[in-house]
Write a protein that binds this ligand. Structure first.
Ligand code: B12
Length: 342
């Protein structure tokens, strides 16, 4: 079986394999089964299925880093919910033995060999650390008025939209994710912060849409069931600031509707965002569909989003023309591709 066939097979058989792994783990740990009962069994199956989905993508794209990063993330997330590394490790070892493939085993072993590493605050590294901290603190106190006033004062003092987006909002959103991962804030608090930040961004549209036009168009969208929107929205806004028409479609658009819109609009470029590793297949399929359609096969296609941070070559295996790590670079890369294309 090739790597890709194995990845497809694991994806197709994930529910069945996950159930088998969970049974083996519960049989080896009767005290766990007794303590957590039916809910424990359900969680165990869900977790194993989740591990399988990430492993399948790491195999499919020959990108072990995707699985290694996932296990590092899962370890911290589960530990914060009092599920020890031993449980996760046992689950992964059972998964490895059940699959019995050398390449899959090598990826799982690489993840198991990783030393424990606690994540660190995203606010330490930003040049706008004090402002980012003040904004986040206000949101975590459910005080949107102070949050907005804090940003307004900084903008009046000269903070640009570029700095607001990349040095304040981006690290704050990532820090919110880290706090959720560490079980320090709830899903509801994360939703409140994200919704407040989206409302904040909307206040700058007169400025964002007011730049002189350069006669270029880009469609910006998330793929598949992707729900993460702020990153792609920033990308669309940076293109608007550079004078492009940035058609921001948002996330979670049916594939056919998105492909039809791209072909109808005939843009110079398309920007596709992927956050969750298990949405990579949707990006690959969307790129293939656009390349196949004579109405839009000329458009340059770039990809980006959280998942690409783990492997800088991943974009190539999706068939994209390029990748950018942030919204600023996205504009630069697309300009380069346009120049090279003539
Ligand atoms: C807000 C949020 C959500 C919200 C999104 C709401 C919305 N309307 O956007 C909701 C609640 C829906 C959500 C759901 C989930 N989330 Co979430 N989410 C986040 C969070 C906290 C912030 C995302 C964000 O706004 N980032 C800020 C932006 C600016 O950063 P960015 O996306 O990286 O974008 C920049 C670059 O990557 C690049 N870029 C982005 N897109 C593109 C596209 C192109 C073409 C280019 C060139 C560049 C580019 O430019 C951007 C700007 O510079 C992240 C934390 C994080 N680290 O990002 C977690 C996070 C991504 N989520 C996570 C998880 C686990 C989930 C869920 C599975 C939770 C669950 N159990 O249901 C679901 C999955 C939903 C789905 N089907 O997609 C994990 C993922 C971990 C992993 N191992 O995969 C994270 C990392 C949180 C964490 N630390 O644990 N989430």
């Amino acid at each position: 079986m090739t790597r890709r066939q194995l990845a497809d097979d694991l994806t197709a058989r994930a529910p069945e394999l996950a159930a088998r792994i969970a049974e083996a783990q519960l049989a080896a740990r009767p005290e766990f089964a007794a303590r957590f009962g039916a809910i424990g069994r359900k969680r165990c199956i869900e977790d194993a299925e989740y591990h399988l989905r990430y492993l399948a993508e790491a195999l499919r794209h020959a990108a072990p880093a995707l699985f290694v990063a996932y296990v590092r993330w899962a370890r911290e997330m589960l530990a914060a919910r009092r599920i020890p590394w031993e449980d996760l490790r046992q689950n992964l070892e059972l998964l490895r033995d059940e699959i019995g493939d050398d390449e899959a085993s090598a990826i799982i072993n690489a993840a198991l060999a990783e030393p424990e590493a606690a994540s660190s605050s995203f606010l330490d590294a930003t040049p706008q650390a004090a402002l980012a901290r003040a904004y986040l603190a206000a949101l975590l106190h459910a005080d949107r008025r102070t949050a907005v006033d804090t940003i307004d004062a900084a903008v009046r003092a000269g903070l640009s939209i570029r700095e607001l987006y990349l040095d304040v909002i981006q690290p704050v959103q990532r820090e919110i994710g880290r706090l959720w991962q560490r079980n320090e804030i709830s899903v509801a608090e994360e939703h409140y912060c994200t919704a407040s930040t989206q409302a904040l961004m909307a206040r700058f549209y007169p400025q964002i849409l007011g730049t002189p036009r350069v006669g270029r168009k880009i469609v910006v969208a998330g793929v598949g069931n992707e729900l993460h929107e702020i990153g792609i929205r920033m990308v669309a806004d940076f293109f608007e600031l550079a004078g492009w028409d940035g058609l921001y479609i948002g996330a979670n658009t049916p594939a056919k509707a998105l492909a039809d819109l791209v072909c109808r609009e005939s843009p110079d470029a398309v920007a596709l965002g992927v956050t969750m590793t298990y949405h990579l297949a949707a990006a690959r399929d969307m790129i293939a569909a656009l390349r196949d359609d004579p109405r839009c096969h000329d458009a340059r296609i770039v990809v980006g989003g959280y998942v690409f941070q783990h492997d800088a070559q991943l974009w190539q295996s999706l068939g994209a023309d390029g990748f950018a790590a942030d919204a600023d670079q996205a504009v630069a890369i697309v300009q380069q591709l346009m120049d090279a294309h003539g």
